[in-house]
Design a protein around this ligand. Sequence first.
Ligand code: TEU
Length: 545
Amino acid sequence: MASNDWRKSVVYQIYPKSFNDTTGSGEGDIPGIIEKLDYVKMLGVDYVWLTPVYRSPMNDNGYDISDYYEVNPQFGTKEDLEKLLEAAHGRGLKVMMDIVINHTSTSHNWFVESRKSKDNKYRDYYIWKDGTEAGPPTNWESKFGGNAWTYDDKTNQYYLRLFDVSQADLNWENESLRKEIYEMINYWIDFGVDGFRFDVVNLISKGEFKNSDGPGKEFYTDGPKVHDYINELNRNTFGDKEVMTVGEMSSTTIDHCLKYTDPKRNELNSVFNFHHLKVDYPGGEKWTLANYDFIELKRILMDWQVAMDEGGGWNAIFWCNHDQPRIISRFGQDDTEENRVLSGKMLAIALHGLKGTPYIYQGEEIGMTNPKFTRIDQYRDVESLNAYSAMKENGMTNAQVLDILGSKSRDNARTPMQWNKDRHGGFTTGEPWIELAENYQEINVETALEDENSIFYTYQKLISLRHEMDHFTYGSVIPHLMKDRAVFAYERTYNEETITVIANFRNKSIPFPENLDTRGEILISNYEDKSTELRPFEALMLYRQ
Ligand code: TEU
């Protein structure tokens, strides 16, 4: 094995707006990230992924880019970004940028031009269509609610926007557009970045523009030319460089992801998929309150693990990101300190034995929880605010809607990083753009670092195990006990050695599972010793030769 193999890497995701504010503006910034690099390094990760820091009106917190070449002044300057790269590289950390090429902000100059007239040079950079008798060109739904087309009276046509009204979808059929995108990516490669996360990149190829029986996903998800476009992107930009890539794949399939990540096809290194994080969306509906389906969670994770392992693909593995509620509040238990710590460690151990590239989202490593907001004015996210209005219009009470947001909103992940016990958790000296979770007095970085039994050190240990033992990177994946209602278990085998991962997802003691070889030395556990039973939320990794 090559010790510099990118597949051995672990990534830490930073959401700059909520990470660390050095100006008192109430919003995090790039100098704030530099200030905390030693902390990130201490965790032991290899890469830092920054969600978008480009110029943007911030309607979707930077996923609405108005200038790909500029840094958003609220985050700092291009010099700050240069300093960040230097500071990271100086510590042996690499930096991945987030690139949004499915859409731009409607404030982007291309769109400003495009909207002016039907014969404008940039008209065809976006997707414009005439309306129909029913109104919009098709009945497709936006991912943020409502119809996916927005009418523009200037030219009496509609533009497609799969996300917010201010996020117009780019037309990848247009060759000049594609060239401009490649040029922009090459600019950032020359700037010195080490990797890219490509936002919803499997949506860039739109197929036919027809009405759908559902929200319309089948017409643009993993669309007809998506693999050609990604291959072209690869060949024109990062293909021959040491640049790590991960594509964010919305509602994708295993077959497509095997293609996206097949090294012979020259597309991407790895993929995010979200199927395992929809096991608490009964009937596919996110905006409900529901227990998660544990058997289904295991089935999905293991289907992907085994298929990607056998087919030579590569997964990103993760519980959290800036779009998902906090995992402890979701598949763990955050009602008491003991439950929070036990279940937080259990979730970490269960995930970090899997094959793929592990991603840790800021705050996950100290066991941050959902903030449990109780008023709508505490929310900021455009998707959550749209969902709030839609649910209210559908006749739900304020209390019901707030309960749902409290468990499902993306803002659950976006509250400021809890650094210490100071006012606003040490995140800002000003007024934070979104409130902190009240528990920052107990849950914060300073407290976690002082306590050798904190969740932080479990993550640190898991990362160092991955670096030390090739089994995690190269070993095969063997699922076990798939029908067990409490235990998640699998083996990783490599060079005739085995690592067994066992995790009790329930807050109760159960007998040690039969039909599972539980011999071996404990590599990591969230209890001090091994017992004859699996205690509440107990998780362990065992190693045998
Ligand atoms: O998200 C893509 C996406 O489809 C989801 O994760 C989305 O947040 C979810 O479906 C809403 O229920 C990416 C970014 O991660 C997200 O923050 C952006 O808002 C979105 O793309 C648009 O750029």
